[in-house]
Ligand binder design. Sequence first.
Ligand code: SF4
Length: 339
Amino acid sequence: MIKRAENFEGLENGFVKCKLCQKMCVLKDGEEGACRVRVNYNGTLYSISYGILSTQSIQPIEKVLYHFYPGTKTFAISSVGCTFNCLWCQNFGISQAKQASTITYEMTAQDVVDSAKRYGVNTISFVNNEPIVWYEFVKDVSKIGKESGMKNILFTNGYITLDALKDLVKYVDAVNLDIKGFSEELYQKYCNGTLAPVLDAAKYLIENKVHLELTYLIVPLINDSLEEIGKFVDWVRDQLNSSVPIHFARFFPAYKFQDRPPTPADTLMAAANLAYEHGLEYVYVKNVYFEGLEDTHCPRCHIQLISRHNFNISNINLTSKNECPNCGLKIPIVGKPSI
Ligand code: SF4
């Protein structure tokens, strides 16, 4: 389905300028943007992936967020396209694909919300490919969902213009934002993007009370130095706050980085230790098993509050107000955790 895009400006001679992401593509008639799913037809920009899905599944919300309705299931959907081209993309089959070469199907925004309700979940998650390039559909689903009590979650690279983000956050309840590394050079060299707007988006989300968690996929020899990880965690502590949950994720060979080994377990452990040493309070490791590193602990008295394994919760030790039962500290968890 195609739909007239939001966030663009018509220019002379049939050109348009897309203002959805920080790439700000200027496109001639018939040309598609770098995300491959927004096209200029006769001086008007269209989303060509509106209502086009590549995957849908019911999954543990822990695959997306740890501090948002822990232990529940979420209806996770994705489409195709991305604003970045990260050479290690773990979802390159849909993020870097052309829509025409991908198996897809159509749903209306109402269908998505109705499906979520039928499955008995209270959250819809936009995951796997970049949801920002699906902006109009994400917004319509989220609007309808919100009217019937759904919470909406994005897993995004955060490379959106602030104007577009301002409009979208009215409907978004929670975000997991991917940080690709902590240098402009890395973003430009490996992702075709820039870091500064991503950090601005993270700040904006916090300022506007959107629940935020951050994921840092550690890619061997790319962003795995403790110096770079230290800059990242210091920025989180100083510019966001020390209670923002951080997920260090393990890289597996993918896309253009098929020849690299998975992230060594020791590297993930060292990153987590560093983050704790630098004052972050909720630090997790994903895609590799370390006893305790999927669990939530009280940052004040250190008792275990939520026990997790492989995205599933086996024990909850919190008061009904999400406080530590031992020292009374309020834990930044949205919603009632369940097993
Ligand atoms: S959303 Fe797509 S078309 Fe728009 S600026 Fe970004 S990459 Fe270009």
